[in-house]
Ligand binder design. Structure first.
Ligand SMILES: C[S@@+](CC[C@H](N)C(=O)[O-])C[C@H]1O[C@@H](n2cnc3c(N)ncnc32)[C@H](O)[C@@H]1O
Ligand SMILES: [Zn+2]
Length: 268
Protein backbone atom coordinates (compact mmCIF):
# COMPACT_ATOMS: atom_id res chain seq x y z
CA UNK A 1 0.00 0.00 0.00
CA UNK A 2 3.03 2.32 0.09
CA UNK A 3 3.21 5.01 -2.58
CA UNK A 4 6.37 6.51 -3.99
CA UNK A 5 7.16 9.79 -2.19
CA UNK A 6 8.47 11.25 -5.47
CA UNK A 7 5.71 10.39 -7.95
CA UNK A 8 2.89 8.80 -5.83
CA UNK A 9 2.78 5.59 -7.89
CA UNK A 10 2.47 2.28 -6.05
CA UNK A 11 5.64 0.86 -4.56
CA UNK A 12 6.06 -2.86 -5.17
CA UNK A 13 8.67 -5.31 -3.91
CA UNK A 14 11.45 -6.07 -6.34
CA UNK A 15 13.83 -9.03 -6.36
CA UNK A 16 13.61 -10.91 -3.10
CA UNK A 17 11.64 -8.09 -1.49
CA UNK A 18 14.62 -6.25 0.01
CA UNK A 19 13.74 -3.18 -2.05
CA UNK A 20 10.59 -1.44 -3.17
CA UNK A 21 10.26 0.42 -6.46
CA UNK A 22 7.63 2.31 -8.45
CA UNK A 23 6.99 2.10 -12.21
CA UNK A 24 9.23 5.17 -12.62
CA UNK A 25 12.09 3.18 -11.06
CA UNK A 26 12.38 5.18 -7.88
CA UNK A 27 13.76 2.51 -5.56
CA UNK A 28 13.92 2.26 -1.76
CA UNK A 29 15.94 -0.37 0.08
CA UNK A 30 14.69 -1.96 3.25
CA UNK A 31 16.93 -1.39 6.27
CA UNK A 32 18.35 -4.38 8.12
CA UNK A 33 15.44 -4.14 10.57
CA UNK A 34 12.93 -4.40 7.71
CA UNK A 35 11.58 -0.85 7.57
CA UNK A 36 11.80 1.42 4.55
CA UNK A 37 12.80 5.06 4.49
CA UNK A 38 10.22 7.01 2.45
CA UNK A 39 11.27 10.47 3.59
CA UNK A 40 13.24 12.15 0.79
CA UNK A 41 16.29 13.96 2.14
CA UNK A 42 15.10 17.25 0.61
CA UNK A 43 11.92 17.09 2.72
CA UNK A 44 13.74 16.85 6.02
CA UNK A 45 13.55 20.05 8.03
CA UNK A 46 16.44 18.91 10.23
CA UNK A 47 19.08 16.22 10.27
CA UNK A 48 17.15 14.20 12.83
CA UNK A 49 13.44 15.05 12.50
CA UNK A 50 10.91 13.84 15.07
CA UNK A 51 11.76 12.32 18.42
CA UNK A 52 15.48 11.91 18.99
CA UNK A 53 17.05 8.66 20.25
CA UNK A 54 16.98 9.79 23.91
CA UNK A 55 13.27 10.61 23.75
CA UNK A 56 12.56 7.32 21.99
CA UNK A 57 14.50 5.36 24.63
CA UNK A 58 12.63 7.17 27.43
CA UNK A 59 9.28 6.37 25.77
CA UNK A 60 10.27 2.72 25.42
CA UNK A 61 11.12 2.52 29.15
CA UNK A 62 7.80 4.14 30.08
CA UNK A 63 5.93 1.70 27.87
CA UNK A 64 7.83 -1.25 29.27
CA UNK A 65 6.46 -0.26 32.68
CA UNK A 66 2.99 -0.56 31.11
CA UNK A 67 1.55 2.58 32.65
CA UNK A 68 -0.18 3.25 29.31
CA UNK A 69 -1.61 -0.29 29.17
CA UNK A 70 -5.23 0.70 29.98
CA UNK A 71 -5.10 3.12 27.05
CA UNK A 72 -3.69 0.42 24.75
CA UNK A 73 -6.46 -1.91 25.87
CA UNK A 74 -9.13 0.70 25.16
CA UNK A 75 -7.68 1.42 21.75
CA UNK A 76 -7.56 -2.26 20.85
CA UNK A 77 -11.15 -2.80 22.04
CA UNK A 78 -12.32 0.15 19.96
CA UNK A 79 -10.57 -0.98 16.77
CA UNK A 80 -11.25 -4.70 17.18
CA UNK A 81 -14.95 -3.86 17.48
CA UNK A 82 -15.11 -2.32 14.00
CA UNK A 83 -16.27 -4.59 11.23
CA UNK A 84 -14.21 -5.35 8.14
CA UNK A 85 -10.94 -3.69 9.15
CA UNK A 86 -8.25 -5.52 7.22
CA UNK A 87 -5.70 -2.71 6.87
CA UNK A 88 -4.69 -0.27 9.59
CA UNK A 89 -2.11 2.50 9.90
CA UNK A 90 -0.65 3.79 13.17
CA UNK A 91 0.17 7.39 12.35
CA UNK A 92 3.19 8.69 14.29
CA UNK A 93 3.62 5.24 15.80
CA UNK A 94 6.78 5.99 17.79
CA UNK A 95 8.51 2.85 18.98
CA UNK A 96 5.32 0.84 18.35
CA UNK A 97 3.80 0.19 21.77
CA UNK A 98 0.28 0.45 20.30
CA UNK A 99 1.21 -1.33 17.05
CA UNK A 100 2.40 -4.23 19.14
CA UNK A 101 -0.90 -4.43 21.03
CA UNK A 102 -2.85 -4.15 17.77
CA UNK A 103 -0.77 -6.80 16.00
CA UNK A 104 -1.51 -9.26 18.81
CA UNK A 105 -5.24 -8.49 18.84
CA UNK A 106 -5.77 -8.32 15.07
CA UNK A 107 -3.54 -11.05 13.59
CA UNK A 108 -5.42 -11.07 10.26
CA UNK A 109 -5.15 -7.33 9.73
CA UNK A 110 -2.36 -5.80 7.63
CA UNK A 111 -0.73 -3.27 9.94
CA UNK A 112 1.61 -0.47 9.07
CA UNK A 113 3.19 2.34 11.01
CA UNK A 114 4.88 5.55 10.04
CA UNK A 115 6.93 8.02 12.02
CA UNK A 116 9.33 10.72 10.97
CA UNK A 117 11.86 9.62 13.60
CA UNK A 118 14.30 7.03 12.32
CA UNK A 119 15.29 6.13 15.87
CA UNK A 120 11.64 5.36 16.67
CA UNK A 121 11.04 3.34 13.51
CA UNK A 122 14.19 1.34 14.01
CA UNK A 123 13.02 0.24 17.47
CA UNK A 124 9.49 -0.28 16.18
CA UNK A 125 10.65 -2.60 13.40
CA UNK A 126 12.71 -4.64 15.85
CA UNK A 127 9.74 -4.97 18.14
CA UNK A 128 7.00 -5.97 15.64
CA UNK A 129 8.21 -8.11 12.78
CA UNK A 130 4.69 -8.51 11.36
CA UNK A 131 4.08 -4.76 10.95
CA UNK A 132 5.29 -2.82 7.91
CA UNK A 133 7.09 0.36 9.04
CA UNK A 134 8.26 3.40 7.11
CA UNK A 135 10.09 6.55 8.05
CA UNK A 136 7.76 9.17 6.60
CA UNK A 137 6.06 12.45 7.26
CA UNK A 138 2.49 12.53 8.51
CA UNK A 139 2.01 15.68 6.45
CA UNK A 140 2.67 13.79 3.21
CA UNK A 141 1.75 10.17 3.69
CA UNK A 142 3.49 7.74 1.33
CA UNK A 143 0.20 5.92 0.80
CA UNK A 144 -2.05 5.40 -2.18
CA UNK A 145 -5.42 7.17 -2.15
CA UNK A 146 -8.13 5.20 -0.32
CA UNK A 147 -5.60 2.60 0.80
CA UNK A 148 -6.79 1.91 4.35
CA UNK A 149 -9.70 0.64 6.42
CA UNK A 150 -8.53 2.43 9.55
CA UNK A 151 -6.03 4.96 10.81
CA UNK A 152 -5.17 5.45 14.47
CA UNK A 153 -3.23 8.41 15.79
CA UNK A 154 -1.99 8.62 19.37
CA UNK A 155 -0.55 12.03 20.37
CA UNK A 156 1.16 12.61 17.04
CA UNK A 157 0.98 15.46 14.54
CA UNK A 158 -0.96 14.87 11.34
CA UNK A 159 -2.59 16.49 8.35
CA UNK A 160 -6.36 16.04 8.24
CA UNK A 161 -6.58 16.09 4.44
CA UNK A 162 -3.96 13.36 4.21
CA UNK A 163 -5.89 11.19 6.68
CA UNK A 164 -9.07 11.57 4.62
CA UNK A 165 -7.22 10.88 1.37
CA UNK A 166 -5.67 7.65 2.65
CA UNK A 167 -8.95 6.25 4.05
CA UNK A 168 -11.38 4.20 2.03
CA UNK A 169 -14.83 5.81 1.89
CA UNK A 170 -16.92 4.71 4.85
CA UNK A 171 -13.86 3.70 6.88
CA UNK A 172 -12.47 4.73 10.24
CA UNK A 173 -10.18 7.19 11.97
CA UNK A 174 -9.46 6.98 15.70
CA UNK A 175 -7.84 10.01 17.32
CA UNK A 176 -6.38 9.72 20.82
CA UNK A 177 -5.53 12.93 22.65
CA UNK A 178 -4.57 13.86 26.20
CA UNK A 179 -7.56 14.94 28.29
CA UNK A 180 -7.26 18.24 30.20
CA UNK A 181 -5.95 16.69 33.47
CA UNK A 182 -3.50 14.24 31.89
CA UNK A 183 -0.26 14.10 33.93
CA UNK A 184 -1.60 16.88 36.10
CA UNK A 185 0.61 16.16 39.14
CA UNK A 186 3.73 16.23 36.95
CA UNK A 187 2.68 19.50 35.36
CA UNK A 188 1.99 20.95 38.80
CA UNK A 189 5.57 20.12 39.87
CA UNK A 190 7.14 21.50 36.72
CA UNK A 191 5.34 24.76 36.26
CA UNK A 192 4.69 27.69 38.56
CA UNK A 193 1.32 28.12 36.86
CA UNK A 194 0.38 24.73 35.48
CA UNK A 195 -2.26 24.72 32.78
CA UNK A 196 -4.63 21.98 31.72
CA UNK A 197 -4.38 20.58 28.22
CA UNK A 198 -6.83 22.20 25.82
CA UNK A 199 -10.01 20.13 25.45
CA UNK A 200 -9.72 17.73 22.52
CA UNK A 201 -11.31 18.74 19.26
CA UNK A 202 -14.68 17.29 18.31
CA UNK A 203 -14.59 17.63 14.53
CA UNK A 204 -12.27 16.77 11.65
CA UNK A 205 -12.97 18.26 8.22
CA UNK A 206 -14.08 15.58 5.77
CA UNK A 207 -14.99 13.07 8.51
CA UNK A 208 -18.08 12.32 10.57
CA UNK A 209 -17.85 11.83 14.34
CA UNK A 210 -19.21 8.40 15.31
CA UNK A 211 -18.50 8.42 19.02
CA UNK A 212 -16.22 9.44 21.85
CA UNK A 213 -14.92 7.86 25.02
CA UNK A 214 -12.66 8.78 27.92
CA UNK A 215 -10.05 6.69 29.68
CA UNK A 216 -8.85 7.84 33.09
CA UNK A 217 -6.89 6.15 35.86
CA UNK A 218 -4.08 6.79 38.33
CA UNK A 219 -0.55 5.47 37.85
CA UNK A 220 2.31 5.37 40.35
CA UNK A 221 5.54 5.87 38.46
CA UNK A 222 8.65 6.09 40.62
CA UNK A 223 11.10 8.99 40.29
CA UNK A 224 13.04 7.46 37.39
CA UNK A 225 9.89 6.84 35.41
CA UNK A 226 8.56 10.33 36.12
CA UNK A 227 11.76 11.66 34.62
CA UNK A 228 11.33 9.40 31.60
CA UNK A 229 7.78 10.70 31.17
CA UNK A 230 9.15 14.22 31.17
CA UNK A 231 11.97 13.28 28.82
CA UNK A 232 9.62 11.84 26.21
CA UNK A 233 7.33 14.87 26.08
CA UNK A 234 7.94 18.49 25.19
CA UNK A 235 7.82 19.85 28.75
CA UNK A 236 9.77 23.06 28.86
CA UNK A 237 11.60 22.38 32.14
CA UNK A 238 13.14 19.07 31.36
CA UNK A 239 16.49 20.54 30.41
CA UNK A 240 17.12 21.98 33.84
CA UNK A 241 19.21 19.68 36.05
CA UNK A 242 17.86 21.25 39.27
CA UNK A 243 14.35 20.20 38.23
CA UNK A 244 15.46 16.61 37.97
CA UNK A 245 16.89 16.74 41.48
CA UNK A 246 13.72 18.37 42.78
CA UNK A 247 11.54 15.75 41.14
CA UNK A 248 13.60 12.94 42.66
CA UNK A 249 12.66 14.29 46.09
CA UNK A 250 9.04 15.21 45.35
CA UNK A 251 7.80 12.37 43.15
CA UNK A 252 3.99 12.38 43.21
CA UNK A 253 2.50 9.23 44.74
CA UNK A 254 -0.12 9.08 42.02
CA UNK A 255 -0.30 10.61 38.57
CA UNK A 256 -3.53 11.10 36.63
CA UNK A 257 -3.54 9.45 33.23
CA UNK A 258 -6.44 10.83 31.20
CA UNK A 259 -7.23 10.44 27.50
CA UNK A 260 -9.97 11.12 24.99
CA UNK A 261 -10.76 8.80 22.11
CA UNK A 262 -12.72 10.11 19.16
CA UNK A 263 -13.87 7.76 16.43
CA UNK A 264 -14.68 9.22 13.01
CA UNK A 265 -15.55 7.80 9.63
CA UNK A 266 -15.12 9.04 6.10
CA UNK A 267 -18.45 9.41 4.34
CA UNK A 268 -19.25 6.48 2.05
C1 LIG B 1 4.22 12.01 21.46
S1 LIG B 1 5.01 10.89 20.35
C2 LIG B 1 3.80 9.57 20.23
C3 LIG B 1 4.37 8.28 19.70
C4 LIG B 1 3.39 7.09 19.75
N1 LIG B 1 2.15 7.35 19.04
C5 LIG B 1 3.10 6.72 21.19
O1 LIG B 1 2.11 7.22 21.72
O2 LIG B 1 3.88 5.95 21.76
C6 LIG B 1 4.84 11.77 18.80
C7 LIG B 1 5.49 11.04 17.63
O3 LIG B 1 5.25 11.79 16.44
C8 LIG B 1 6.42 11.74 15.66
N2 LIG B 1 6.39 12.87 14.71
C9 LIG B 1 6.66 14.18 14.95
N3 LIG B 1 6.50 14.90 13.82
C10 LIG B 1 6.10 14.03 12.85
C11 LIG B 1 5.78 14.17 11.46
N4 LIG B 1 5.83 15.35 10.85
N5 LIG B 1 5.42 13.06 10.78
C12 LIG B 1 5.38 11.85 11.38
N6 LIG B 1 5.68 11.66 12.70
C13 LIG B 1 6.04 12.73 13.41
C14 LIG B 1 7.55 11.78 16.66
O4 LIG B 1 8.76 11.31 16.11
C15 LIG B 1 6.99 10.89 17.77
O5 LIG B 1 7.36 9.55 17.60
ZN1 LIG C 1 8.23 7.09 -8.10
Amino acid sequence: MWACPHCQLALLPIGTGESLACANRHAFDRAREGYVNLLPANRKRSLEPGDNPLMVAARRRVHEADIYRPLADALVTELAGLSGVSSLLDLGCGEAYYCDALARALPDCTLCGIDISRAAIRLAARRCRSVDFAVASAYRLPLLDEALDAIVRVFAPADDAEIVRALKPGRYYLEVSPAPRHLWQVRALLYDKPREHAPPRMAVPGLRLLGQAGVQYEASPGPELVWDIISMTPFAYRGRPERREYLQRHTPAAVTMAFSLHLYCRDA
